[in-house]
Design a protein around this ligand. Structure first.
Ligand SMILES: *[C@@H]1O[C@H](CO)[C@@H](O)[C@H](O)[C@H]1NC(C)=O
Length: 298
């Protein structure tokens, strides 16, 4: 991949949003961010740790339990970003997830990044998925162009009323479009929390469940830092996050479509890294879901 083709426009848009004064948006700049100001532990407090300076967070999984955290706030539309370093070595069966979700009920909306561990030396798989009102089945799977266990890499979600874009280090790996038809499968009504967690999924995750978690290697630890949110923070009872007000950068044209260099990058990802796409799975979907007919290039 050529570095020159990296999406500069996205970066500019991002900076613009960052410096534009906007009372609805919350932004947390690097360094000044405290875990407890922004997150709660969901379960297994004793499986959570931070670095001494509080800037790096560790979630661990052992035979007893995994662990997870979630934002205190909910958001509707914006930019969500985190640096993750995944469990190294033999991580088969272990899933680290980084996702947005409206609540835990059966009618939930959800946008997922899931990192499926593997045997030592075998590639991690990223699975992404989208749910609306409890209906998912929109999986894509990618391999990466680097080893995600060696260093921190940035995983981000851009969300507005036109598209959801999944980014890895500023490279868009997936675009999920709003068809804007009634009853479509684009989550755009419910505000969502941001979550992350680690758990044992050796019944399905690695080679379809054939590879089991080897508990001799426990605890399995994934690391996090630099959470950034530049988004509309939801406030009950009156929702301020209305996409018809175009003062937010993510509600403007440049954030509704990819830039030219982002399109190039997405094309490269599509040719080289996609290992599963539900929109190509006509065995599973004899009639493909309608969003599959919208080009991510438009
Ligand atoms: C794990 O490695 C195997 C062998 O290379 C590969 O087929 C598989 O897709 C990888 N990932 C998962 C999650 O099974």
């Amino acid at each position: 991949m050529e570095m020159g083709a990296l999406p500069k426009a996205m970066f500019l848009i991002f900076l613009l949003g960052f410096f534009m004064p906007c009372f609805q948006a919350t932004d947390s700049s690097e360094g000044s961010f405290s875990f407890s100001d922004n997150f709660d532990i969901m379960w297994a407090e004793d499986h959570f740790k931070t670095s001494e300076d509080g800037q790096v967070w560790y979630l661990s999984l052992d035979k007893n339990t995994g662990c997870g955290f979630q934002t205190k706030q909910r958001y509707r539309f914006g930019w969500f970003s985190m640096k993750l370093k995944l469990v190294g070595g033999d991580s088969a069966g272990v899933v680290t997830a980084y996702y947005m979700c409206s609540d835990t009920g059966p009618e939930r909306d959800e946008v997922d990044f899931e990192f499926l561990g593997n045997r030592t030396g075998q590639p991690y798989t990223i699975q992404t998925n989208v749910y609306k009102s409890g209906v998912g089945g929109r999986e894509m799977r990618h391999i990466l162009w680097f080893d995600p266990t060696e260093d921190f890499h940035t995983f981000s979600i851009l969300w507005n009323n036109h598209q959801l874009v999944f980014f890895v280090d500023k490279v868009p790996i997936r675009v999920y479009k709003n068809t804007e038809n009634p009853n479509d499968f684009f989550p755009n009504e419910k505000p969502m929390y941001m979550y992350s967690s680690i758990w044992n999924a050796d019944d399905w995750a690695t080679r379809g469940g054939l590879e089991k978690t080897d508990w001799k290697n426990a605890p399995f630890v994934s690391s996090y830092k630099d959470f950034k949110v530049d988004a509309c923070q939801w406030e009950d009872p009156y929702p301020p996050c209305v996409s018809t007000t175009t003062q937010n950068w993510w509600d403007q044209y440049d954030a509704w479509v990819l830039s030219d260099s982002q399109k190039e990058d997405l094309g490269w990802v599509g040719r080289n890294l996609v290992i599963y796409d539900y929109c190509k799975d006509t065995e599973r979907y004899p009639k493909l879901p309608e969003e599959c007919s919208i080009s991510p290039w438009e």
